[in-house]
Design a protein. Structure first.
Ligand code: AMP
Ligand code: MG
Length: 471
């Protein structure tokens, strides 16, 4: 792992040196070997014990130079001028085999100038959750930050009681957010905004550099990524739970796995987060919230660009962009290999059917595959006959169609009740459920006969009704 510090080209007001706390008795809970290989961590020349030390706060090798980043953000619609990394430290960037640059960040390694009242720590629960869900998202093909390591610190963290502490190592295309722009904009730091926007173009959207107005081009590129990202979430039944502007990545990755959840039974207005009282971040609101967050980014970029109309055009095109991306994903999930008028209606009716019958979102698609040429009475009512006619008209071989559908409809998702079970196990020093989940989620589209029950929807008594912020 060759560590670089390219972020130093960013305005100084955005980063402050910090010293992560070394853990008392670090112990590796999880290590992401394929990712470690891609990032060439072995070049650090450290053994497993040293790895646990480094990825829980130190002592750190000399080439690491940890900083906390400043950002602002709208939380549940309310602007907070100073947020920042209150429990995270960027160690530096690693460049992978193909030359791509990734931030390596510790989460839960102690207080920073942005901790406000917080302890800068994390307990095991959010660490296990982010590890499982972010890696599952990656395997499902969704752009996301990744998990390199989870290390137990051997220390206690106090929440509603004393819990085992842990540090999570997050790998991200970058940690620049809409909130990073807002931090500078709120202070009227125009020259710094120019530097940040140019840096984002350089690092994430080099094609925008040659455009007539590069900040409009940057904005369009960010909006396109968000449209595709949220469409992907919606197609998988994923609820982010806390789509604040500080949790909206400029690089277009899913970031911040707090109260997130995959739905079991389909409900358009489903909310899990314990703090989302108004349902602002309900499942069905996510596309509109993404557009709202983009409008906040546009406001910042308008300070350094004078083409207001162009920003408005990009914003107003967002719903169509999103719809197109969503339709494409849903067509694939339903085995509609070509596009026909009325497909949007068929998709909408499928969702209505699932909702009216309280059916499991993920498994219903897999069950639909088994209905392609079933001869017995319909499982999915009138919808099934209509759907079968539609896919039948494509003249494709049934096996070919089934394979295409199974390749985009996961059998395994990180279901809440399983994630909770994995956390409970880890708290008790038992990692079996965590390991089993990791292994099925590594290949979520194929059967794992020995662990088949991990695909199941929760029994009524297993249902998780609420999720919590990862603090
Ligand atoms: P999040 O909910 O993860 O988006 O965090 C929102 C803000 O709260 C960020 O500025 C975090 O750094 C900060 N924060 C969350 N938990 C802690 C903690 N335990 N100690 C200090 N700051 C925290
Ligand atoms: Mg956050």
């Amino acid at each position: 792992m060759r560590i670089e510090h390219d972020y130093r080209r960013l305005p100084e007001v955005l980063h402050t040196a910090v010293t992560p706390d070394a853990a008392d008795a670090p112990e590796l809970l999880a290590w992401n070997e394929p990712l470690a290989e891609a990032l060439r961590v072995s070049e650090l020349g450290i053994d497993r014990r040293r790895c646990a030390e480094v990825f829980s706060g130190g002592p750190l090798p000399d080439e690491f130079d940890p900083v906390a980043f400043a950002y602002a953000g709208h939380q549940f619609g309310m602007f907070v001028p100073v947020l920042g990394d209150g429990r995270a430290a960027l160690l530096g960037e690693a460049v992978d085999e193909s030359g791509r640059r990734f931030d390596i960040q510790l989460k839960g390694s102690g207080r920073t100038p942005y901790s406000r009242g917080g302890d800068g720590r994390s307990w095991l629960g959010p660490v296990i959750r982010e590890y499982l869900v972010s890696e599952a998202m990656h395997r499902l093909g969704v752009p996301t930050t990744r998990a390199l390591a989870a290390v137990a610190t051997g220390e206690r963290v106090y929440r509603d009681g004393a819990w085992p502490g842990a540090v999570f190592t997050r790998v991200a295309a970058s940690h620049l957010r809409v909130g990073t722009f807002q931090f500078l904009a709120a202070r009227g730091l125009e020259a710094d905004l120019v530097a940040l926007a140019d840096y984002c173009i350089d690092r994430h959207y080099p094609d925008a550099a040659g455009a007539d107005d590069r900040y409009v081009a940057l904005f369009r590129a960010v909006a396109e990524r968000q449209a595709g990202l949220v469409a992907h979430w919606m197609s998988l039944g994923f609820i982010h739970g806390v789509m604040n502007t500080d949790n909206t990545s400029i690089a277009g990755e899913t970031i911040d796995y707090g109260p997130c959840a995959f739905m079991d039974e389909y409900r358009h207005d489903k909310v899990f987060s314990s703090i989302d009282h108004q349902g602002r971040y309900a499942f069905g609101n996510q596309p509109a919230i993404a557009q709202w967050n983009l409008a906040r980014l546009a406001e910042c970029l308008l300070m350094i660009s004078d083409t207001r109309d162009a920003f408005e055009t990009v914003l107003s095109e967002f719903p169509d962009r999103y719809e197109a991306a969503y339709l494409e994903r849903m067509r694939a999930k339903l085995g509609l290999l070509d596009s026909c008028a009325g497909d949007d209606r068929l998709i909408a009716d499928w969702l209505v059917y699932l909702e009216e019958h309280g059916l499991d979102y993920t498994l219903s698609f897999r069950e639909l595959v088994s209905r392609i040429d079933a001869a017995d009475t319909a499982v999915f009512g009138d919808f099934e006959a209509r759907w079968r006619r539609r896919v039948g008209d494509q003249g494709r071989d049934a096996n070919e169609l089934a394979a295409a559908m199974n390749a985009v409809n996961p059998l395994f998702i990180p279901r809440n009740h399983r994630v909770e079970e994995a956390i409970q196990g880890a708290v008790d020093g038992e990692l079996t459920v965590f390991e089993n989940l990791r292994s099925v989620l590594d290949e979520p589209f194929v059967e794992h006969p020995a662990l088949a029950e991990l695909a199941n929807a929760p029994e009524p008594q297993e249902r998780v009704l609420q999720t919590f912020c990862g603090t």
